[in-house]
Design a protein around this ligand. Structure first.
Ligand code: AMP
Ligand code: GLY
Length: 424
């Protein structure tokens, strides 16, 4: 088979790495890809959000299945566009992807079907929203309804912070149409966990859980980022908890989406807070997580292609999906200045040495055009190094031995990913 992966992050490199291992796959393409995917697949220079360009590439290369990594093309209807042209594609269609692209849709779905989540109110008026937050206790969470590249959520500790977030959304419109409506939510407290399952719209696979680190610096200091590291499995993710999450959240959500006339096919990713009153949904995402993918796919024992094809064929109930009990730790290395402004085009050294210790998944990297030899930085998060082992300590040691081999001017990483996490 010929497979095309849409995207260019470390998540997409990890998907490509896993699919490359499948005996079912002869040709692998990534569009647009990065220097890491170029080593194991053919990169096609088409942006992830250029839906027509992606479909043209799929036809031109005779692709049998396209796998969509990021949320933006899903929310823009890449699956609908491909299906109209008779092209096979993995991911939810536009209506189903609303579970991520509209937080209002997701909240209303949960309210209607009794899926546990925090209390919330929806506003489209700045004045009305302000008077609401003034009469409520803090902290409160203010969220833009639509996609906002991970920047649409403010956990407001004070009225001043909440009002500022409401002003940015509803008055300054910094998120454009994504901020036409805002949610003001109860602030949930507890350990946070990302949970993933494949679903064909009816059946759901076994689940896998991971934790990510969003702040830029050690000790959860500094600004929010796309994710500086992750580990899997969390020590608190017991069979009992998994069963509870499956029965009270994941399966009811898959059923609810079908009942609403938008059956969900693809990967369902739920962000949970494990509160004193049980697990509650913070948000749904319509795809695999980044940086969680980098630590869950190395634990997937089943051929990923078999799973993707079973989702496409609606035969997931006949496919058993197994995860290894091993631990994985992923540490991201970022450009100096990230998540603010940063330079690109800086040569990276030590990549080959790092690969002797762990898996190196590229994100913002490019292959120098002049002699094709050097790998250069080309983004904020540059790469993730993943260690794997029978215990979290061993996985962690491997990841850090690997990343210590790599250097580029200004590059930095957190030293505390999976530190103090119990062994499994
Ligand atoms: P996001 O940018 O959508 O990935 O969300 C950012 C983060 O905000 C989440 O990972 C949570 O840590 C936090 N968050 C979102 N909603 C809530 C909530 N209702 N209560 C507490 N924390 C929240
Ligand atoms: N790990 C956060 C995300 O993928 O949205």
């Amino acid at each position: 088979m010929k497979v095309l992966i849409v995207g260019n992050g470390a998540r997409e490199h990890a998907i490509a790495w896993k699919i490359r291992q499948s005996p079912l796959v002869d040709e692998l393409y990534v569009a647009p890809g990065n220097a890491g995917t170029a080593a194991i697949a053919t990169n096609i220079p088409v942006s992830a959000t250029d839906i027509e360009g992606q479909a043209r590439a799929a036809r031109q290369y005779g692709v049998d299945l396209t796998v969509v990594g990021p949320e933006a093309p899903l929310a823009a209807g890449i699956v609908d566009f491909f299906e109209r042209q008779g092209l096979a594609v993995f991911g939810p269609n536009r209506d189903a992807a609303r579970i991520e692209s509209s937080k209002v849709f997701a909240k209303e779905l949960m309210a209607k079907y009794g899926i546990p989540t925090g209390k919330y109110e929806i506003f489209d008026s700045y004045t009305v929203a302000c008077s609401y937050v003034k009469s409520h206790a803090f902290p409160l969470v203010v969220k833009a309804d639509g996609l906002a590249a991970g920047k649409g959520v403010t956990v407001a500790k004070t009225e001043v912070e909440a009002v500022k977030a409401l002003h940015e959304c509803l008055v300054e419109r910094v998120f454009g149409a994504s901020g036409d409506r805002v949610l003001v939510e109860e602030c949930l407290v507890g350990p946070e966990v990302s949970v993933f399952a494949f679903t064909d719209g009816e059946s759901m696979s076994s689940m896998v859980a991971a934790c990510d680190y969003k702040r830029a610096f050690d000790g959860d200091e500094g600004p929010n980022t796309g994710g500086m590291g992750s580990y899997s499995p969390p020590p608190f993710w017991t069979d009992e908890l998994a069963q509870e999450v499956r029965e009270t959240i994941m399966e009811p959500t898959v059923r609810a989406m079908a009942l609403e006339g938008c059956p969900y096919k693809g990967v369902l990713y739920v962000g949970l807070m494990l509160t004193e009153d049980g697990p509650k949904v913070i948000e749904f995402n319509s795809r695999l997580g980044d940086p969680e993918t980098q630590v869950i796919l190395p634990r997937l024992k089943t051929d990923l292609m078999e799973i993707l094809l079973a989702v496409a064929d609606g035969t997931l109930n006949k496919t058993s999906i197994e995860w290894s009990a091993e631990a994985c730790v992923g540490v991201a290395m970022a450009s100096g200045g990230y998540p603010g402004s940063y330079a690109t085009g800086i040569p990276i050294s030590g990549l080959a040495q790092a690969e002797a210790h762990g898996l190196v998944f590229h994100a913002g990297t490019s292959q120098e055009q002049i002699d094709g030899s050097a790998t250069l930085t080309d983004g904020g998060r540059v790469l993730t190094v993943v260690g794997k082992g029978p215990s979290m300590d061993e996985a962690r040691a491997q990841a850090y031995e690997g990343i210590a081999q790599i250097s580029f001017e200004g590059g930095f990483y957190r030293r505390d990913i999976a530190a103090g996490i119990e062994n499994i």
